[in-house]
Structures are given as C-alpha cells and as structure tokens.
Ligand binder design. Structure first.
Ligand SMILES: Cc1ncc(COP(=O)(O)O)c(C=O)c1O
Length: 296
C-alpha cells in the first residue's frame, strides 16, 4: 500500500513556515473547503530547477485576483519559498503544488475578512500516466460535462472549484477503462482533457483549440514556441468533434502530463508519429536546464 498523502515524510511550507508534513492541517470549517475559495498551481522541477517558476507564481496571483482575493506574499517571496522547499525536501525532480485559500474566521458564502492562507507541498511524481501506456498513446473518453461559459465560471483562474467536473469526468472515463477524458466546451467545441491541453496533427501542421474558456496552459504555450522553432505551423482555432476523424496524430500536454500521445478518443483513432515524437523530445530537453542550455 502506498503511504497516504497526508502521512508522507518531509516538510510543507505553510503561511511562511516549514512545518512537518503530517502537521500541515486546516480546520473542517474552512471556507476553501466548503465554498471552493481556493486556487492552486502545478509545477515540475527538473534537475533541481522549477520549470517556468515565475510564470506559475504569477498565474497563482492572477487566479486569486480573479476569485477576489490577494495572496499576502509577493511573487518573489513565493518563488523563493518554492526553491527553499525543493532544497529542504532534497529533491531534484519533483512536482510542486502551491495552494491559496480562504480560511476559517467566518462561515457563510461571504468571507470578506477571512485570512488568505498559502501552503506549498513538493513530492516525487514521476509520470502522470502509466509510462508503458503513454508511449503507445493513451485512450480518452469524451466527457459528458462541458467546460463552462466564462460568464458561468471564472475559467481563466486555476480555481479548485473548476476541477469538480474534471474529477467527475475522469472517474467516469476510468470506470469505462479509459485513461482520461476529452471535454467539449459549452458550445460543443473541443476544449481540453481534464488536466491538460490538447493538440492535433494534420498534413504537418498542429491544430489546437483557442483557449477562450479554459486554461492557456504554460506547457501549451511552450509547445507552441517549440513547434515554431522547428518551423511547424500552429493553427489555433475552433475545432468541432466531427473533425477528429481527419486528424492523424493527437497529444495532450500539461505540467503533470508533460507531452502524452493519444491513440484514441471515443470512436476516433490516432497514430503517435514524427511530430508528436519530436515535440515530446524537444519538451523533455527544454525543461532540463542543462539540456535547454545545450539546445540554445
Ligand atoms: C484543466 C487543465 N488544463 C490545462 C492544464 C495545463 O496547464 P499547464 O501546462 O500550465 O500545467 C492544466 C494543468 O496542468 C489543467 O489542470
């Protein structure tokens, strides 16, 4: 049995202090737990350096701003806390999870004066998908839930509440034997996976949905840069699910998923081939400081 996540060894950075991992607790009457007033980040460290750390921390600040609160630590202070914690955990390759939430000073929908808390945890998380499956290409279901209209939910914030439909969709997919699910948006257009953005390949070009109601992922933006460096054209546009029939390759990407080839989405099949493989490799070089320097 794997050790439960609240019982691991090491430290958690909690409101400015390093506390023992098992002691990083919150009260049950926490606004963030009852009303999802929480925002978080997912980052990865490679060879001792957190990839695009400041971009992640800036997005954390922006996510909080969208939810109407201000994190009481600057971007520089949070960056430094992440770096110090990585060193204290003695890890070089790891996953980094900062989370900010409204505290327990008052209960009710309104929580104007509740404390804004910030915690950071770092753990080893090698591959988001089964490595063997990953190389063959994973299988995705098509989710029933849809990414909401930005007028219905704060879709540009990496807000905990937006993951409710992701967990539901991922669980439904797993129950049917799929690794994950592709979600459409409220208009019925292709949007993303439950924790990663999506790309398709056709006639040597990359096609990816315009991120107007879901996260424009930091990995997504990195992939677009890497493709452009290779002279691969990237088309950001509306993609309808019927078009999946005509695409040759597909992959999803995100900090946790990195670049993961997709072999099937519902009734549609794809063959991981050259462009996917090149971008997988370029991405794995880009995230490692030594290899990135060598490629420049
Ligand atoms: C729903 C969702 N979309 C996209 C992404 C990709 O974002 P990033 O590449 O910044 O990690 C994530 C998170 O990793 C996510 O949870």
């Amino acid at each position: 049995m794997a050790v439960s996540f609240d019982q691991q060894d090491g430290y958690i950075w909690f409101n400015g202090e390093f506390v023992q991992w098992a002691d990083a607790k919150v009260h049950v009457l926490t606004h963030g737990l009852h009303y999802a007033s929480a925002v978080f980040e997912g980052e990865r460290a490679y060879d001792g350096e957190i990839f695009k750390l400041t971009e992640h921390t800036e997005r954390l600040h922006e996510s909080a701003r969208i939810l109407g609160f201000k994190i009481p630590y600057s971007v520089e202070e949070i960056d430094e806390a992440c770096r110090q914690l990585l060193a204290k955990q003695g890890m070089k390759d790891a996953y980094v999870r900062p989370i900010a939430w409204r505290g327990s000073e008052s209960m009710g929908v309104s929580a104007q004066n509740n404390r804004i808390n910030l915690a950071i945890a770092i753990w080893e998380w090698p591959s988001y998908f089964d490595p063997e499956q990953k190389l063959k290409g994973i299988r995705l279901d098509i989710a029933e839930y849809r990414r909401p209209d930005p007028r219905t939910a704060p879709s540009k914030s990496k807000a905990a509440g937006l993951y409710m439909i992701c967990t539901l969709s991922k669980h439904a997919a797993e129950a049917k034997g799929y690794a994950d699910a592709m979600m459409l948006d409220w208009r019925g257009q292709v949007a993303e996976a439950t924790g990663a953005n999506i790309f398709f390949v056709k006639d040597g070009k990359l096609h990816t949905p315009t991120p107007d109601c879901f996260l424009n992922g930091i990995t997504r933006q990195t992939i677009i840069d890497l493709a452009k460096r290779r002279g691969i054209e990237v088309v950001e546009r509306v993609i309808m699910p019927e078009e999946l029939e005509g695409f040759e390759q597909c992959f999803i990407c995100g900090t946790a998923a990195e670049v993961t080839p997709v072999a099937e989405i519902g009734p549609y099949s794809f063959k991981p081939a050259e462009i996917t493989k090149v971008l997988m490799e370029d991405y794995s070089n880009e995230v490692r400081p030594g290899l990135r320097a060598a490629a420049e």
